[in-house]
Design a protein around this ligand. Structure first.
Ligand code: ZN
Length: 64
């Protein structure tokens, strides 16, 4: 799941996602980490379900 650390309504969500720091919880260790804009762009371009996407932290991503 991707989220930002401030309240917003659904209409402004997409705009804010580009402007603010975006966080995700790692599906393996549960660690909260910041999502880089290029990672976010890749998710959007791939057509994945945005809210259902989890991004691994660097520790899990590069560990087997
Ligand atoms: Zn992790």
């Amino acid at each position: 799941m991707l989220y930002i650390k401030k309240s917003t309504d659904d209409v402004e969500m997409k705009m804010d996602l580009y402007e603010d720091e975006i966080f995700s919880s790692c599906p393996i260790c549960g660690k909260e980490h910041e999502v880089q804009p290029d990672e976010l762009a890749h998710i959007i371009q791939s057509g994945d379900d945005f809210s259902g996407t989890s991004i691994f932290c660097n520790g899990c991503l590069y560990h087997d």
